[in-house]
Write a protein that binds this ligand. Structure first.
Ligand SMILES: [Fe+2]
Length: 453
């Protein structure tokens, strides 16, 4: 195997003839040779060297410092250099010990066999090259591993940073989205209240149905987003009736022509058609479409039954039926007859609102399973029992007790049905000022509910 590098050798002997003959021997090889006549001189040379020595040959018997002592010291300066000792047989014990301790790699008897020495030096240098190459590769691997580690760390930091940015951006987007959604819903609430104010026969119906539907949906533990969609659908459920002739809005069905009936039965689809192109209201449109479906599949327009009917539509149907009897007083005569028959008293004994309330409850009980979802009827009847009682952590306040920072737990409407502020609004000084000013012209007669915590 040819040597890859030009090697530097140091030859140390107090007898110049020896170093000279060694120099001569190595002339045929491409080594760079230095000589010294003592250990001290050799050490000085090594310390001042500009490049590493690959191999050091030293005589054992020298004044002041023996070869073993010298080679031991060179180990500290060039630990990887090959150390060879030249010696007479008489010193053999000390030398074997030094070899065993790893201070010297080889030793040669004096006088030496030239060919053997040349060959052995060459082999030692080959081994030295392997060691050096090995160390170089090891150092390179270490360096590359370190760099890789740093790159990885940087990459991880960058990924983490980017992930953080994305999470922040997503949060911001969803906040903006929510803001957009809630301003859309507030616009719908405001316009719906205006429409109702100008259509006396519908006045307050949508608003009351929406308040009841929201409460039912909340009792069913539906997610807030769905609760809001149900509330908005309830608010708009009869929007398909806008433009109906007044006689149709009186609900005197016995006077209707077949065309009137068709027109009336179309109002759920008309309502859906009104909102379906507004992006966020497509589900609201579906709920509006199905609010006249019956639990037994006998309703309209699609004859859906039971769970086929969207939950929101089943909720709206119950609240709608209750409000039609109690507040719109539709079919009052029939309701009154049913009540007096059921309670075996004459209606004169009862105040009208109590009779209507009983009539509505009776109607819902009777038609649970046929028209209405019996589970929702049950939830709603429980709700009626607890009405007037505040829910969970909310408390009642009057208009004069409103304070900055209070959070509305229910929406505020004026007595004329005007939508003023949605639930979850945090009251500011400006809101309170506006509410108080408005209260003078269009009083807020409903109780105001705020969060109690
Ligand atoms: Fe309707």
């Amino acid at each position: 195997m040819a040597l890859k590098y030009k090697h530097t050798l140091l030859l140390v002997d107090d007898e110049e003839s020896i170093t000279k003959s060694l120099q001569r021997l190595f002339r045929q090889e491409a080594y760079e040779i230095y000589t010294a006549s003592s250990g001290q001189e050799g050490l000085k040379m090594l310390k001042e060297a500009q490049k590493p020595f690959s191999l050091i040959i030293s005589d054992q018997r020298m004044p002041e410092m023996t070869g073993v002592q010298f080679l031991e010291k060179t180990k500290k300066i060039f630990p990887w250099a090959v150390r060879i000792l030249l010696t007479a047989y008489s010193d053999i014990d000390a030398i074997v010990d030094a070899v065993n301790r790893g201070e010297i790699h080889r030793y040669f008897p004096k006088p030496w066999n030239e060919e053997d020495l040349l060959l052995q030096v060459r082999q030692c240098l080959e081994q030295y090259e392997l060691v050096v190459e090995n160390r170089r590769l090891l150092a390179l691997t270490k360096k590359q591993n370190k760099e890789l580690g740093e790159l990885n760390k940087n990459l991880e930091n960058k990924v983490a940073e980017r992930s953080r940015e994305i999470v922040e951006k997503n949060k911001e987007l969803s906040r903006l989205n929510q803001e957009l959604e809630s301003s859309l819903y507030n616009t719908v609430r405001a316009f719906a209240s205006l429409v109702e104010m100008h259509t006396p026969s519908l006045a307050g119906h949508g608003r009351r149905v929406s308040v009841m539907s929201r409460e039912i949906a909340q009792l069913l533990d539906l997610p807030e987003d769905e609760v809001t969609q149900i509330e908005i659908a309830a608010l708009l459920h009869d929007i398909g009736k806008l433009g109906f002739p007044q006689r149709l809005l009186k609900y005197e069905e016995n006077k209707w022509t077949s065309q009137d009936r068709t027109l009336f039965r179309n109002h759920p689809q008309e309502g859906q058609a009104t909102v379906q192109f507004i992006n966020k209201l497509d589900h609201v449109g579906l709920l509006i479409r199905s609010h006249h479906e019956h639990y037994d599949g006998q309703g309209y327009p699609d004859q859906l039954a039971e769970e086929e009917i969207p939950l929101g539509s089943r909720i709206i149907a119950v609240a709608d039926a209750y409000d039609k009897i109690v507040n719109l007083k539709i079919d009052v005569d029939r309701s009154l007859k049913e009540v007096t028959k059921a309670s075996k008293v004459t209606q004169d004994h009862l105040p009208e609102d109590e009779v209507l309330q009983k009539a509505a409850i009776l109607h819902l009980r009777e038609h649970g399973f046929t028209r209405y979802d019996p589970d929702i009827v049950k939830v709603f009847l429980n709700l009626l029992k607890t009405r007037g009682i505040t829910y969970g952590r909310e408390k009642e306040v009057s208009i004069n007790d409103l304070k900055e920072g209070m959070i509305l737990s229910r929406s505020i409407y004026s007595s004329s049905g005007r939508f003023l502020l949605p639930h979850n609004t945090t009251l500011t000084r400006d809101y309170i000022r506006k509410l108080t000013a408005l209260h003078k012209n269009d009083p807020i007669t409903d109780v105001i509910y705020v969060r109690g915590e």
